[in-house]
Design a protein around this ligand. Structure first.
Ligand code: COA
Length: 184
């Protein structure tokens, strides 16, 4: 990268969206997303780009409240530019950015822990939980199939004993306070 002009920027206009989407479709974590989903994600987050001689060479996104929490995602450098220090330049710029600097930055990665550790990332002592998209699809399916007039319960399932004597359909563990009293 000697004698090359390397620039990192938060200018949305610098992002080569088509190239970013192409790289993401080839990644292990975003291969099943659609371009439309990613375009919406890009439009609603802060995007960062690293440019080599004016050509887009990599990027990342931050979803942040600018104070407490930031989520770093879709960090990727084009294959031909990897291992030349661009990922480091990109990360240093992002972590010093005023919208990110004071917040706790979270990320999820399968195999690049060593890369992130050099910027101070550590494994969080609490367990990370995620609600997968499939759970939303299941919920929507259940709502579509809920018979009219049947109440929805706190757990998203419907009561099948009729509207006159609603009864919570228990799925999973139910705290005693949520169990309705027996009908007289
Ligand atoms: C991970 C990635 C963004 C790093 O960018 P890069 O430009 O290749 O990294 P750099 O050249 O700036 O390397 C900086 C340091 O991190 C190390 N490093 C790079 N990629 C690494 C990886 N996947 N795992 C562990 N360490 C890594 C380098 O060896 C280098 O160490 P050094 O400073 O001791 O020499 C890039 O390789 C990439 O896009 N990989 C594919 C996508 C990916 O895995 N993204 C992260 C998943 S969340």
């Amino acid at each position: 990268m000697n004698n090359r002009d390397i620039k990192v920027t938060d200018d949305p206009k610098a992002l080569d969206v088509d190239e970013y989407l192409r790289l993401l479709r080839g990644s292990y974590w975003a291969s099943s997303r659609t371009d439309d989903e990613d375009r919406r994600g890009i439009a609603n987050s802060s995007c960062f780009s690293v440019l080599v001689d004016g050509k887009w060479a990599g990027g990342a996104r931050i979803i942040s409240d600018s104070a407490v929490y930031s989520l770093l995602c879709d960090v990727i450098v084009a294959t031909e530019y990897r291992g030349k220090g661009l990922g480091r330049r990109l990360m240093e710029y992002i972590l010093e950015h005023p919208n990110v600097k004071k917040s706790r930055v979270f990320l999820v990665t399968k195999d690049a822990q060593k890369f992130y550790e050099t910027f101070g990332f550590k494994t969080h002592p609490f367990e990370c939980m995620m609600r997968p998209k499939s759970a939303q699809q299941k919920e929507r399916r259940e709502q579509r199939h809920r018979p009219a007039g049947r109440p929805e319960t706190a757990f998203g399932a419907y009561s099948d004993t009729g509207p006159q004597a609603p009864q919570v359909a228990l799925t999973g563990t139910c705290p005693p306070s949520l169990i309705p009293p027996a009908a007289p």
